[in-house]
Write a protein that binds this ligand. Structure first.
Ligand code: GLA
Length: 399
């Protein structure tokens, strides 16, 4: 049968459409790297040390995390943030600062791995990092391969100096570069929530910042919580909202406020990336004991790391400063946070119906006091200090 012009043109159209579909699939497959099934936990240099990073610091931090209980509590990634990089070689390979990292990044990665930890690094999807170091724009593939050759397990990719670039396109290019790097690398997107990442980032990275940078102040914690809480429905295993790293232990907030900061991050299934000087956590000081009590609270960490991977949300806020948050957990229990944003101690009551329980009785455990009530009926209530929380885990008792 001779091919008519019409048949020929439909054939060409079919081939073209199929080609476009295949190309689209190839350039934007959903992220399925199998990583970060629970929110990443670790440490990052930025909040405490800024640009003052070195091999000596990172080794000391890895030693401390392996020895002070953090590794056993789940903290895994040791990430060097901005300022480790100084130039590109004539071949385009990124060059680390040899004065600060005299043994090079591969040796540092080996050291971190030998401590039973994982190695994280920072770059920027634009032309330069936020501190003006060489960015990765146009070097995505070579950088991903370089990181893989150093044994990198986690990469945080910033968004400074990206004028005229499209965030979704650039981060997708990095996703593809990492997928082709030959190593499993957790992908942390850091564009500060400026391009609605909750709409596209779950198909691109394992976590994405929902906010600008944290600072070591209570008002900053409140701002970040209010932003990140809005996107609770997007989070799931492998894809997490990131309200930025922890400030616990850096000195700008009270013990009560740091407890709240940590509890809220756990309720939000946020990454738990410590940002303090973990080398002094074993000191005999009161301050060090307070930091240990918070960062090593395994019952609160278990809420963050729950395998169901549901981000907790606000279920009651009346008046608006007295909140009740709920996070359903894998074993059928619920984490419940009574959060007092007011400037005076206040009574907060959570009825079982409000926290999603049909049952009238429950076993209730206080995750900061580490105490338990075998049978509680109908509601939990507590006087909560100003800026403080009471964090509970509630197991319904079948009638
Ligand atoms: C941005 C990021 C921070 C940190 C700095 C480093 O501000 O949001 O987390 O990485 O850059 O320069």
């Amino acid at each position: 049968m001779p091919i008519t012009l019409r048949r020929l043109s439909s054939l060409i159209a079919f081939v073209l459409i199929a080609g476009v579909l295949v190309a689209a699939r190839r350039s934007a497959p959903p992220l399925d790297n199998g990583l970060a099934r629970t929110p990443p936990m670790g440490w990052n240099s930025w909040n405490k040390f800024g640009c003052n990073v070195s091999e000596e610091l990172i080794r000391g931090v890895a030693d401390a995390i392996a020895a002070n209980g953090m590794r056993d509590a789940g903290y895994q990634f040791v990430t060097i943030d901005d300022c480790w990089q100084v130039a590109r070689s004539p071949q385009g390979t990124i060059v680390a600062d040899s004065a600060r990292f005299p043994h090079g990044m591969k040796a540092l990665g080996d050291y971190i791995h030998a401590k039973g930890l994982k190695f994280g690094i920072y770059t920027d999807a634009g032309r330069k990092t936020c501190e003006g170091r060489p960015g990765s724009y146009g070097y995505e593939a070579i950088d991903a391969r370089t990181y893989a050759s150093w044994g990198v397990d986690y990469v945080k990719i910033d968004w400074c100096n990206s004028e005229g670039l499209d965030a979704k396109t650039q981060y997708a290019a990095f996703r593809d570069a990492l997928a082709n790097s030959g190593r499993k690398i957790v992908f942390s997107i850091c564009e500060w929530g400026s391009n609605q990442p909750w709409e596209w980032a779950p198909a691109v990275g394992n976590l994405w910042r929902t906010t600008g940078d944290i600072s070591d102040r209570w008002t900053s914690v409140l701002t970040l919580v209010d932003l990140s809480a809005q996107y609770w429905h997007v989070a799931r295993p492998g894809a997490w909202n990131d309200p930025d790293m922890l400030e616990v232990g850096n000195g700008g907030m009270t013990r009560t406020e740091y407890r709240s900061h940590f509890s809220l991050w756990a309720m939000m299934a946020a990454p738990l990336i410590a940002g303090n000087d973990v080398r002094s956590m074993m000191d005999s000081s009161r301050a060090a004991a307070d930091v240990r009590e918070i960062l090593l609270n395994k019952e609160v960490i278990a809420v963050d790391q729950d395998s169901l991977g549901i981000q907790g949300k606000i279920v009651q806020a009346s008046p608006s400063e007295l909140q009740v948050w709920v996070k359903p957990l894998q074993d059928g229990s619920r984490a419940v946070l009574l959060f007092n944003r007011a400037s005076v101690p206040s009574l907060i009551t959570a009825r079982f119906g409000t926290i999603g329980l049909k049952e009238k009785k429950a076993r209730v455990r206080d995750l900061w006091a580490h105490t338990e009530q075998a049978v509680v009926e109908n509601f939990s209530s507590a006087t909560v200090p100003s800026h403080g929380v009471v964090m509970l885990r509630v197991w319904p008792i079948a009638e």
